[in-house]
Design a protein around this ligand. Sequence first.
Ligand code: KG4
Ligand code: ZN
Length: 348
Amino acid sequence: MTDEPLVLGIETSCDETGVGIVRGHTLLADTVASSVEEHARFGGVVPEVASRAHLEAMVPTIERAAETAGISLSDIDAVAVTSGPGLAGALLVGVASAKALALGLGKHIYGVNHLAAHVAVDQLEHGPLPEPCLAMLVSGGHSSLLQVSDVTVGVEPMGSTIDDAAGEAFDKVARLLGLPFPGGPHIDKQARSGNSVAIDFPRGLTSRRDLERHRFDFSFSGLKTAVARWVEAQQRAGATIDVADVAASFQEAVCDVLTRKAIDAASSRGIEDILIGGGVAANSRLRAMAEERASAAGIRVRVPRPGLCTDNGAMVAALGAELVARGRAPSLLDLPADSSQPITTVVA
Ligand code: KG4
Ligand code: ZN
C-alpha cells in the first residue's frame, strides 16, 4: 500500500470534459470526452454548446475513469476541479459536479487554476518539477512565460501575449488556409512537407525597441495579418498557394519567437529548466526547436507527451495530488467558478 494521495480531477474549462485519476505522481486514468466536432463547423468553440456537452458527458466520463483506474470512488482522498480561467458556463458544470462528488463522498475539494494544472501535469511523466523552473504555457487561450518556484503556492508571470494566443494564431491561420478546426495539428502536419524559409513572416515584439518594453511578451496578431495579406496577394495574382510552405513558414515564425523568449527569460533568472505546456506544446517543430536551442544554452527542456499537453483531467488531478501531498488548504464548498481566475491564484 502507498500513502500517496489518490485524487480525481475534473477539467471543463473549454471543450474537453476531462476526468483524470492519479496516485501521487502516477497516472491511473485519463478519460476525455471532447465536443470539438460539434464546434468545427463554427470555426471556434461555442460556449453554450460546450456547456451542454459537459453536462451530458460528465457522469459517464467519471464512471469510465474510475473503471479504468480500477478504483471505487469512495477510495479517493480528494476531488480537484478547474475553477478557472476558462469559459464561465463550461467551468460551472465542472465545479458543480466536483462539489456534488466531494459532498457525496465526504472529501475535500480543491478548485484549481487551469494554467498551474498545465504545469503540474509534467510530474506524471518526468517526476518532481525542478524548482524553480520556467514554464511556457501556450494554448488556444493563453501564451505566458511564468517562473514557477512551487506550483502549489503560486507562479510569477514574466510575460504574456498582448493580443492573440499562440494556439489562436494557429487556428486562425489554419482557417485562412482552408484547414479544419482546431488548426494547430493540421498546420503541424502540413508544415512537415513545406519549406519553412519559403516566406519571411514577421517575428512579433522582437525589434530592439519592442524588447525594451516587451522583452518577454508575445504578439501574434501582426503575424496572422501578414499571412492573410500574403495569401490575398497570391490570390489576386492568380498564383496557386502552396499550403505546406505557408504553414511551415508561419509555424517557424511562431516557434522562433516562443523559443527565443523562453530561453531569454530562463537565462535572465539563471533558471536551468524550461517546461512547455498547453495544446501548442504538442507542436513537433516547437519541441524540436526548443530542444535544440535550449541545449545550446545549457538549459534542459521538459515537455509532456501530446495527450497530456492538450486539456485533460489528469493535469487537474496531478495538481490536486501535489496540493494534498504538500498539506495545502482545500477550497470551501461554496467555491465559485471564476472565468478570469488570475494565474497567481493556484487554489480558489
Ligand atoms: O490547451 P488546449 O487544449 O486548450 C486551451 O486551453 O486552449 O489548447 C488548444 C490549442 C488549439 O489552439 C490547437 O490548435 C492547439 O492547441 N494545438 C496545436 C497543436 N495541437 C493542438 N498547435 C500547434 N501544433 C499542434 N500540434
Ligand atoms: Zn488548456
